[in-house]
Design a protein around this ligand. Structure first.
Ligand code: FES
Ligand code: FES
Length: 160
């Protein structure tokens, strides 16, 4: 059955006809054309599909798009502002938190969600916040360093 989905996506209101059972991941990638959010396991195991719904990280492969009705959804495409990387993007770039990069949008959005809730997380809090995300390349050390650095940048005024 079809329905109208109304939401604020990356800061802009929009309205789309969707089927009741379309997943948020498929809505973003296939209907809207935002392919920054990645499909990994497609089963809630890897975190590559993480987006923010009302600032809370959500696995978009396990979330019906209809549940985003009336809410704010942010994807990795929302982070660059006037051509400038956000604090978390700079962290991953400058601290080498990405190698192949496939997992990176999910890690970045989970990290942005963390810094919005808790601007100065300690290492345990960072590890807990990223506990649903899997990376096959980095060994995680660089990722943790990236988020710590992003928190420092955020403290000096950069958006997360
Ligand atoms: S694609 Fe959603 S958790 Fe892996
Ligand atoms: S950088 Fe390759 S899977 Fe994480």
């Amino acid at each position: 059955m079809a329905r109208i989905l109304q939401l604020t996506l990356n800061g802009r209101a929009r309205s789309d006809a969707i089927s009741e059972n379309v997943l948020l991941l498929d809505y973003l990638r296939e209907i809207v054309g935002l392919t920054g959010t990645k499909t990994g396991c497609d089963g809630g195991e890897c975190g590559a599909c993480t987006v923010l719904v009302d600032d809370q990280p959500r696995l978009s492969c396990l979330t019906l798009a209809a549940l985003a009705d009336g809410r704010r959804v942010d994807t990795v495409e929302s982070l660059v502002s006037d051509g400038r990387l956000s604090a978390v993007q700079r962290g991953f770039h400058e601290k080498l938190g990405a190698q192949c990069g496939y997992c990176t949008p999910g890690f970045v959005m989970a990290s942005v969600g963390l810094l919005r809730r808790n601007p100065q997380p300690n290492e345990d809090e960072i590890r807990e916040a990223l506990g649903s995300n899997i990376c096959r390349c980095t060994g995680y050390v660089k990722i943790i360093e990236a988020v710590k650095y992003a928190a420092q940048l955020h403290a000096t005024g950069a958006s997360p």
